[in-house]
Ligand binder design. Structure first.
Ligand SMILES: Nc1ncnc2c1ncn2[C@@H]1O[C@H](COP(=O)(O)OP(=O)(O)OP(=O)(O)O)[C@@H](O)[C@H]1O
Ligand SMILES: [Mg+2]
Length: 321
């Protein structure tokens, strides 16, 4: 199951992604946490030392593409593979439960409480604006497009702030999106934007209230977002202490906040996988991307990369032709 944490800058996406990843791992899940934000803080929130961070996926796109395309005859070379190029027959697919494949073994490291961590990599000073961020995050889109995940397996993605997270098709690659909202008007403003966009694409979202100080805050969120409010995390002294550099494990978290993490996991587990939507939207966003720039950039008609005989999901049914 894949879940994205989105929301306004500073709302707590990174903190909650890390706590949720730790929690899912503590419940026996196989967990990969992915830092897809411009500012890379997820490793720290998972208790990693700076020097122990994994190799950044965004700086090794060619290597990743070379592996994933396998011997798919529709993809002529790694350079003709763009972030939206969907898998087809011959592509290499990724699994969380099987022994290491070269993607996980080269780009993931195990963090102290169990989740593995993958990162897009920092946004360098010489990077050319947002375009570069989108190309780095393309590594995550490719990863998710080629991943066959199931129950008890979790990919947790810490996304970039605000509406930027739905600038590409990436926001459709999740089973569930948790929108982190502080109990403020700005906090719920991002929710409204996201809700309308998500609804257009059948993307399930739920709101997670964060840094809540009491019943008044919960009531505010309930009034503003109604039934989309799944659960609230309280303002946490344990999280604050972690930010101050004190050692932290999940056991230090307040019981009410740990219970809230349990609600998030239950909600994600209850979500039914929709591989058909996933496949349809992979094709849709690839065609859009091809028209917008990728055909021009590669000099090929990338619509031909879509393999009509490929079925997304755990049982690949190959049609003839
Ligand atoms: N429940 C909480 N209790 C106390 N502090 C919190 C809580 N959630 C988040 N914080 C603090 O709020 C600040 C912002 O959190 P965080 O970095 O997770 O937000 P973010 O949405 O990822 O921000 P950005 O948009 O910059 O990536 C951090 O200092 C974090 O420790
Ligand atoms: Mg963050």
């Amino acid at each position: 199951m894949r879940v994205a944490f989105v929301g306004k800058g500073g709302s707590g996406k990174t903190t909650l992604s890390a706590l949720f990843a730790r929690y899912a791992a503590s419940r026996g899940g196989s967990v990969v946490a992915v830092d897809a934000d411009i500012n890379q803080h997820l490793g720290m929130a998972l208790g990693m030392e700076d020097g122990a961070l994994p190799r950044p996926m965004g700086s090794h796109l060619t290597e990743i593409k070379e592996y994933l395309r396998g011997d798919n005859p529709r993809i002529s070379s790694a350079s003709a593979m763009v972030k939206t190029t969907p898998p087809g027959r011959g592509s290499r697919l990724l699994h969380l439960d099987e022994g290491d494949d070269p993607i996980h073994s080269r780009f993931a490291v195990t963090t102290p409480e169990g989740p593995r961590l993958m990162v897009t990599g920092p946004f360098d000073e010489d990077d050319l604006g947002v375009a570069c961020y989108h190309s780095k995050v393309g590594a995550v889109e490719l990863y998710l497009n080629h991943l066959i995940d199931g129950a008890g397996e979790y990919v947790v993605v810490d996304m970039t702030a605000g509406a930027d997270s739905f600038a590409s098709g990436l926001f459709t690659r999740f089973d569930m999106t948790f929108l982190v909202a502080e109990p403020t008007r700005q906090g719920v403003g991002v929710y409204r934007q996201y809700r309308d966009y998500a609804a257009d694409y059948g993307v399930p979202i739920a709101v997670v209230g964060n840094k809540v100080h009491g019943p008044g805050d919960v009531a505010f969120l309930r009034d503003e977002v109604g039934d989309d409010l799944l659960v609230c995390l309280e303002h946490s002294a344990a999280i604050r202490a972690m930010e101050q550099g004190r050692p932290f494990t999940l056991r230090d978290l307040e019981p009410a906040n740990a219970l809230a993490l349990g609600r998030l996991l239950d909600r994600l587990d209850a979500q039914e996988k929709d591989w058909a939507r996933f496949g349809d939207q992979a094709a849709l966003f690839h065609l859009r991307n091809a028209k917008a720039w990728a055909n021009r950039a590669t000099g090929e008609d990338l619509a031909a990369q879509i393999d009509p005989g490929f079925v997304f999901g755990p049982t690949r049914v190959s049609l003839s032709g």
